[in-house]
Design a protein around this ligand. Structure first.
Ligand code: DCP
Ligand code: MG
Length: 366
């Protein structure tokens, strides 16, 4: 078929929140390579270059056609880095050498462990460790409780969660939440809400129709789950919310909701259509789960913030700030011109406040 005329591609926005990006990525060969380059910038804490690669990746993911020549890139926004090499040779030598690079490989491996961030990964690398076996066998390494759990269950956790498992986890969480407050709601967010088939964890928002009723749910539900032997690890983070707090202009901020990071022990018999393996060494799988407790007035903002993708969220905040003089976070939207907080019951209302066309969750895979 004919390439898309330049006049059409010129209309593509520089902001991911003004593009519809489904999981049907026509430019995977380029975006896979660019994502590795972006990741390496993150590993080197080179934020500026990370953003350049992440933006180019995101634009290519949104295209309804495959790029097959350099001229097709003309008029596209955010293409400071161009996949020229891949177009010419079918691969990028920079990416190939990164994939063999000792430091890249070790950082990727170590940061894949629950509880291990860049600082720890870098320390382990500088101590000469290259594999998890070496780290686990090390005599005088100190691990946090989170890292111990992360290492203990790393095989299960790194094997990814599928939809059936996410669904089974949702039913368990719902059961325990409903024992505390019968009309509380448990909503699946994160990658699964965007339609992804697999994820590194399962993310849930919990709220109640009556304001204030959500307080107390988390401690009760988590302690009951723990008493029943369902939790391999958990850490409850208390809320640090403040009334009428204007969001900072930073793009990648942690929110202030009460939450629980856990590793759940999911019994195989609870998973629908689980293929029976010949030799199953154990009848359960360790699954990473995040629970977030949200007061109802902030629910739409929390849902929008936790549905991702990370890049979509980043550009929503960037668009709000630079195009609308508004500050957005997972709690509120603040209009700096009118000096007011804008309330919203639904995600649609937030997009409307921002003057944006509504983008469905499955179109936010930016
Ligand atoms: N998020 C957020 N604030 C945090 C953590 C995450 O706003 N403190 C957002 C951005 C993510 C979404 O929530 O898109 C879920 O985070 P995940 O890291 O679980 O990412 P995904 O669910 O999108 O992907 P994965 O399949 O890797 O779990
Ligand atoms: Mg997730």
């Amino acid at each position: 078929s004919d390439p898309v005329p330049v006049s059409k591609v010129a209309a593509i926005s520089q902001y991911a929140c003004q593009r519809r990006t489904t999981l049907n990525n026509k430019n995977k060969i380029f975006t896979d390579a660019l994502e590795i380059l972006a990741e390496n910038c993150e590993f080197n804490e080179n934020e500026r270059s990370y953003v350049v690669f992440a933006r180019a990746t995101s634009v290519l993911k949104s295209l309804p056609y495959a790029i097959s020549s350099m001229t097709m890139l003309e008029g596209l926004p955010n293409m400071e880095v161009q996949p020229r090499e891949i177009l010419e040779d079918g691969k990028s030598s920079t990416v190939e050498s990164l994939l063999c690079d000792e430091r890249y490989k070790a950082t990727k491996l170590f940061t894949s462990i629950f509880g291990v961030g860049l600082k720890t990964a870098d320390r382990w690398y500088r101590l000469g460790f290259r594999t998890l076996e070496e780290v686990q066998a090390a005599k005088d390494l100190k691990f946090t409780k989170m890292q111990k759990a992360g290492l203990m269950y790393c095989e299960d956790i790194s094997s990814f969660v599928n939809k059936a498992e996410a669904h089974a986890v949702g039913q368990i969480i719902e059961k325990f939440v409903h024992k505390c407050v019968p009309n509380a709601t448990v909503t699946l967010t994160g990658g699964f809400r965007r339609g992804k088939e697999i994820g590194h964890d399962v993310d849930f928002l919990i709220t109640c129709p009556e304001e204030g009723k959500e307080e107390g749910i988390l401690h009760k539900a988590v302690s009951r789950m723990n008493n029943q032997g369902l939790l391999l690890y958990y850490d409850i983070i208390e809320s640090t919310m403040e009334k009428n707090k204007i969001p900072s202009k930073q793009y990648d901020v942690m929110d202030k909701f009460q939450k629980c990071f856990m590793i759940l022990k999911l019994n195989n018999t609870l998973v629908q259509n689980k293929p029976e393996r010949q030799i199953e060494s154990k009848d359960w799988k360790a699954i990473r789960v995040d629970l977030v407790i949200v007061p109802i007035q902030q629910y739409a903002y929390a849902l929008l913030g936790w549905s991702g993708s990370r890049h979509f969220e980043r550009d929503l905040r960037r668009f709000s700030y630079h195009e609308k003089r508004m500050n957005l976070d997972n709690h509120v939207l603040y209009d700096k011109t009118k000096k007011v907080f804008l309330t919203a019951k639904t995600e649609e209302e937030i997009f409307a406040h921002l003057g944006l066309e509504y983008i469905e969750p499955w179109e936010r895979n930016a």
